[in-house]
Design a protein around this ligand. Structure first.
Ligand SMILES: *Cc1c(COP(=O)(O)O)cnc(C)c1O
Length: 462
């Protein structure tokens, strides 16, 4: 399978080269040349597969023989064998209209593990197969960093540097990243917010000479392998409901910031999974909600919320959706992104806006509503939501009609975000792995939020 850029100015690359490229060399994002189409018969045949079996089938379509099936199977089994739940991503029924898809049973208790366990193993595989140096550079609003580090710590041939906004990630997230003492890990605590971190690495990656000289590889959700890995649980969850005779009108409600997780759902739908509504949930950083409602994509003021992993103004995967919204026309996307760089906003009207509103229902959840949702769900169902998941559940309530069921994606274990839970006087006992973090020494370097300061650290580390 070939991968092409949303801006159309690179020669097509295969899957492995696409993974290594991360951000496309022309500044765009990689997308598969064709999205595979699944027949009803295939969907039926897949209905009873286990999570790893399903992942193997889906990955095979996109990797298309570049990794022999036996080796790919081994990568998949290694990636999901260490999840704490046999089902990998179990679906829990809350009530008739609402199910929760628990995506947090991986090593760092957040859904990022699903993609990053696989990507970490994939990088290990590529490093051996191609004898190539892998230097991972990533920015995190908290969960990606912990999860990416966990995916590659101690792996031969790989080094990883993660930028996080100093003091703006949750305590558990900070500890998960900075208590790792493997020599192949560098944590940079950057003065600024997540958007600053993301901008710095985007600009460093855009400097193609620098990127090649230091063998920089991406781990952020701009990497096509992450999106691919995240499509799997949409299928898996849908099949669980279909088997109970509830496959008619299944919505998915997705707490999103970088448009990564919800874009994976959009891909699954385009592949032929009969998803009813895709519900896009944001917090008070609601650029995506405003885009769907008004057609204007324009970063607003940064807001700190109870769901810090979604405190994002510029959604790095959004360009992939623009590509499909504009009929896969890379020329139009290039022009739009040039305008965005110049004017700081993208405006769509007419049929394009109607299409976006047909593709997604969107809702931005205010801070108080997020807490109210956690409280209400705990009181009514004894089910404790983390604040990101609570945004998805609040949006699910808004858009689930009487004859529909919504699967709300649970993107983190509540113990990761006890700061918010404590505001409600709800006491939770953290899992032992999380409790143990507090006693470990931390390793991190504080740096100014500039490209130069970060580049200086990288040159010394890589
Ligand atoms: C990363 C993250 C999100 C948002 O994921 P996107 O890829 O930006 O859509 C939501 N919740 C949690 C807990 C996360 O870590």
């Amino acid at each position: 399978m070939d991968y092409i850029s949303t801006r159309g100015k690179i020669a097509p690359v295969g899957f492995i080269d696409g993974v290594l490229m991360g951000l496309a060399d022309d500044g765009g994002l990689l997308v598969p040349k064709h999205i595979p189409q699944l027949s009803e018969a295939t969907l039926r045949a897949w209905q009873n597969l286990s999570y790893p079996e399903l992942a193997l089938e889906l990955f095979s379509l996109y990797i298309d023989g570049e990794i022999p099936r036996e080796e790919l199977k081994q990568l998949v089994d290694e990636s999901y064998g260490n999840f704490r739940d046999d089902e990998v991503t179990p679906v829990r029924r809350v009530n008739n209209g609402l199910h929760i898809l628990e995506l947090f049973h991986g090593p760092t208790f957040a859904f990022k593990d699903i993609a990053l366990q696989f990507l970490g193993n994939l990088y290990g595989y590529i490093s051996k197969k191609r004898n190539s140096t892998i230097h991972i550079l990533g920015a995190t609003s908290g969960d990606t960093g912990a999860s990416a580090i966990e995916g590659v710590r101690g792996k031969e041939g790989i080094r990883i540097c993660i930028l996080h906004p100093h003091g703006k990630v949750s305590k558990v997230q900070e500890l998960q990243m900075t208590t790792v003492d493997d020599a192949n890990v560098l944590n940079l605590a950057v003065d600024g917010n997540f958007d600053d971190c993301q901008r710095i690495i985007k600009e460093l990656f855009a400097d193609v000479a620098f990127k090649q000289r230091y063998h920089l590889r991406a781990i952020n959700s701009i990497n096509i392998a992450r999106i691919l890995a995240q499509t799997v649980y949409y299928f898996y969850a849908y099949f669980q409901l279909a088997k109970q005779g509830q496959g008619e009108k299944v919505n998915f409600s997705v707490p999103t910031g970088n448009f990564g997780d919800i874009f994976a759902g959009y891909m699954a739908k385009r592949m032929g999974l009969p998803i009813n509504k895709l519900i896009l949930a944001t917090n008070e950083n609601n650029i995506l909600e405003r885009f769907i409602k008004e057609g204007v994509y324009q970063p607003g003021e940064f807001r700190g919320t109870h769901s810090p992993s979604m405190d994002i103004q510029v959604a790095s995967n959004f360009e992939r959706y623009l590509y499909y919204l504009n009929g896969e026309d890379a020329g139009i996307v290039s022009a739009i992104m040039d305008d965005f760089k110049r004017d700081g906003r993208v405006v769509i009207t007419g049929d394009a806006l109607k299409q976006a509103q047909a593709d997604f229902a969107a809702y931005g959840v205010r801070n108080e509503e997020c807490l109210r949702e956690i409280d209400a769900c705990f009181k009514a169902y004894s089910y404790l939501l983390d604040p990101h998941t609570a945004c998805g559940v609040a949006a699910a309530h808004r858009f689930t009609a009487d004859d529909e069921v919504t699967v709300a994606l649970s993107t983190a274990h509540p113990a990761k975000f006890d700061e918010a839970i404590r505001l409600l006087d709800i006491k939770q006992t953290a899992p032992a792995q999380i409790q143990a973090l507090a006693d470990k020494p931390q390793f991190q370097t504080r740096v100014a939020g500039t490209n130069e300061a970060v580049a200086d650290q990288l040159v010394r580390f890589f």
